[in-house]
Design a protein around this ligand. Structure first.
Ligand SMILES: C[S@@+](CC[C@H](N)C(=O)[O-])C[C@H]1O[C@@H](n2cnc3c(N)ncnc32)[C@H](O)[C@@H]1O
Length: 202
């Protein structure tokens, strides 16, 4: 159980927070497609008129995501991109700039894949900058950071340092980690987003 008394996994909490910002026809990005769970969630959330771009650097991840989308009949709504999320701007149409309802980051390694191939602080931070620049003013960036694997804690520390450097330009709505060394969920929006801070857990 986490400190707020919920047994819901952090992925479900991330999805709930993101779902509240997405309406049919929305544009969204899965920055780390992995096994496609998050991509499928986004594809369902944006509906038949929406569009999802899903990035991953590994072929097995994109293949797993493609299979999951195929099984769910959702392939038409998703463009799979074999590239690092730090190259987001090179792969999205200019018309999507400032219109992304949500960008999901689920950091770390591919479950069931090569555990040595992990997201890296430098590219993660570059992608986060880009995600915020392409975000709709009311959009949400969700970051799930895993601290328990080699490199995970360093990446989380880099995230924290980046957040303090960015100051009011990035609003951190919610930070949750059920226990020390456990995964951390960060929900971020643009500092110029309308409305105040969300006080409650998603
Ligand atoms: C924890 S998994 C993602 C889980 C996934 N969202 C899901 O629903 O199954 C992390 C993924 O990030 C990918 N990755 C690592 N570096 C990346 C980068 N620079 N850009 C995009 N994906 C990256 C890894 O290949 C791995 O598949």
């Amino acid at each position: 159980m986490n400190p707020r008394g919920s047994r819901r996994p952090l992925t479900a909490r991330a999805h709930a927070a993101v779902a509240a910002r997405i309406s049919p026809g929305a544009l969204a990005v899965d920055a780390t497609a992995g096994n496609g769970h998050d991509t499928r969630f986004l594809a369902e959330a944006v509906g038949a008129t929406g569009q999802v771009w899903a990035f991953d650097v590994q072929t097995p991840a994109l293949e797993a995501t493609a299979r999951r989308l195929q099984a769910a009949g959702l392939t038409q709504r998703v463009q799979l991109i074999h590239a690092g999320h730090e190259h987001l701007a090179a792969h999205l149409p200019p018309a999507a700039h400032g219109r992304l309802a949500a960008v999901l980051f689920n950091l770390g390694y591919l479950p069931g894949g090569d555990h040595g191939r992990i997201t890296q602080p430098e590219t993660t931070l570059a992608a986060l900058e880009m995600a915020l620049a392409w975000l709709h003013p009311r959009g949400l960036v969700s970051v799930l950071a895993y601290r328990g694997h080699g490199g995970g804690e360093a990446e989380y520390e880099a995230l924290q340092a980046w957040l303090s450097r960015r100051g009011p330009a990035v609003r951190c709505l919610h930070r949750e980690s059920p226990s020390a060394n456990a995964p951390v969920l960060l929900l971020l929006e643009r500092g110029d987003a309308p409305g105040g801070c969300m006080q409650e857990a998603p």
